[in-house]
Design a protein around this ligand. Structure first.
Ligand SMILES: *Cc1c(COP(=O)(O)O)cnc(C)c1O
Length: 381
């Protein structure tokens, strides 16, 4: 059984122990579990804020997916990230990338200021700056996000982890955009991997969830677990069940989205109205060589496009798209477009002329036709 590939285990929803022999797992809504007369728990579970078969089943698959020793599901990606912060102590230091998911970046800034945690930023691909930051002052935690929202800068996970480990810090990688299909941060040397499971892992825009997977059980990881149990940000039973269903098709979805994204990036790179396409799969991307090394089987479904005529053109293109839905989020089967600068608002580091695309699994010609009509802004027939 152990020799079955993780892809097959995902397709089969993991190991199902249903007495009715259902081909998919049952839903586990129980919040509490019965004790035997002697006070013991024959089913091992006690109370569903601590442990539950509902989230343990997907956790087991996620642990295998990332080659880790333990996984914890959370009620959102942000809750998973928050647990990483809550496990730090006043006086600790965290080193984070300058370019990263805007919501988490803002939260880190506020949290560290409120709780007396030191915070330093490094340019995502500058290992010299990273080394200098660690020399200046020891840190407890290095955060990496690669590819990083919304410009898809690439950080060399192995090189950055080496810097952090030489200085005694733990390394956590937000690998949401790469997904476990394309990248294995724990194998590359990271200690903890974070996913917004809302994105590729679930993949259908119908579950908010987050997960952390650790390579080893460390005292820091135990603090993360305590933060989840007592903070209470556990994943609900139905969301856990939907996540199991979503993950059945993870590998085919990510591969299809990656193929579509590469074709679209290549087509748009030469478009007369486009000044720049940021996609790690293009040789013009500054992180392409590192991406080739640490992303296997594709470069993901996320790309950003900048327009020669500026922000107004970008917004007009977004308004004209019909197959692409105008919505935030990423990693689902349907293609989405977003003008990030207006979403992020004041303080955004995102250029105004940039559109962010989450490429889905629709036939690529439908997506290319839609982009062509929107970019040329031809009038409707
Ligand atoms: C969406 C996202 C998050 C936050 O996850 P939620 O599930 O929305 O809380 C964190 N990191 C990245 C890279 C994301 O895209």
């Amino acid at each position: 059984m152990d020799r079955v590939s993780i892809e097959t285990r995902l397709v089969h929803c993991g190991e199902i122990d249903d007495p009715s022999k259902g081909i998919v797992p049952p839903l586990y809504p129980a919040t509490t579990y019965e004790r035997a007369g002697d006070g013991s728990y024959p089913g091992t579970y006690v109370y569903s804020r601590m442990d539950s078969p509902a989230f343990e089943k997907p956790e087991r698959l996620l642990r295998s997916l990332e080659s880790g020793s333990d996984a914890l599901l959370f009620s959102s990606g942000m809750a998973a990230g928050s647990a990483l912060l809550q496990a730090l102590r006043t006086g600790d230091r965290i080193v984070a990338p300058r370019s990263m998911y805007w919501g988490f970046r803002n939260w880190i800034q506020q949290f560290t200021a409120d709780f007396g945690i030191d915070l330093a930023f490094y340019a995502n691909d500058d290992m010299g700056e990273l080394e200098a930051l660690f020399r200046e002052k020891p840190a407890n935690l290095l955060l990496i996000e690669t590819p990083a929202n919304p410009t898809w800068e690439i950080t060399d996970i192995a090189a950055a982890a080496d810097v952090a480990h030489r200085h005694g810090a733990l390394v956590a990688v937000d690998s949401t955009v790469a997904s476990p299909v394309l990248s294995q941060p724990l194998v590359l040397g990271a200690d903890i991997v974070l996913h917004s499971a809302t994105k590729y892992l679930n993949g259908h825009s119908d579950v908010i969830a987050g997960v952390l997977v650790t390579r080893e059980n460390t005292p820091y990881w135990e603090r993360v677990r305590v933060a989840r149990t007592n903070g209470g940000a556990v994943l609900g039973a139905f969301e856990s069940w939907l996540l199991l269903r979503g993950m059945r098709t993870l590998f085919v979805r990510v591969k299809a989205a990656s193929e579509n994204a590469l074709a679209i990036a290549r087509a748009l790179e030469n478009h007369a109205e486009v000044s720049h396409v940021s996609y790690p799969g293009l040789p013009s991307h500054p992180g392409h060589e590192v991406a080739k090394k640490q992303m296997k089987g594709g470069f993901g479904g996320m790309l950003s496009v900048r327009f020669k005529k500026g922000g107004e053109k970008a917004r007009a293109v977004a308004a004209k798209l019909r197959v692409f839905k105008r919505a935030t989020s990423l990693g689902s089967v349907e293609s989405l477009v977003e003008h990030r600068a207006s979403v992020e608002g004041a303080g955004s580091l995102c250029p105004d002329d940039l559109l962010r695309f989450s490429i889905g699994i629709e036939p690529v010609d439908d997506l290319l036709d839609d982009l062509n009509q929107a970019i040329d802004l031809r009038t409707e027939d």
